[in-house]
Design a protein. Structure first.
Length: 108
């Protein structure tokens, strides 16, 4: 079995990922299994649809702004084996709590 190459860290050292800004995020399914769409049946499909797991992921993404008031999901796309989303962490000077980090949001 071919081993996956070792990835170099793609996060900035000492960067505060709770800072206001736009964040482009990609999340891949372990071993690139295509779990998020329904399997193709036949040679052509008019419009692919999300699997049950894909629907759970969609609901979780759309629920992010309800959990974190200062966070908005600008755009997202759910692919068969990965997700792309743009999160916006905004300033909320009225809150005493610190904004959540990207890791906290994704782990939620």
């Amino acid at each position: 079995m071919k081993e996956s190459p070792t990835r170099t860290p793609n996060r900035l050292k000492n960067y505060d990922y709770s800072q206001s800004g736009y964040y482009f995020i990609t999340i891949c399914i372990k071993d690139r299994h295509e779990l998020l769409w329904r399997p193709y049946v036949g040679a052509r499909i008019a419009r692919p649809s999300l699997s049950d797991i894909g629907e759970i992921v969609k609901n979780a993404i759309e629920n992010i702004p309800h959990i974190y008031e200062s966070v908005t999901v600008d755009k997202y796309v759910i692919m068969p084996n990965h997700i792309h989303l743009i999160l916006i962490i905004g300033d909320d000077p009225g809150r005493a709590m610190r904004a959540p980090t990207i890791s906290t949001i994704i782990n939620q």
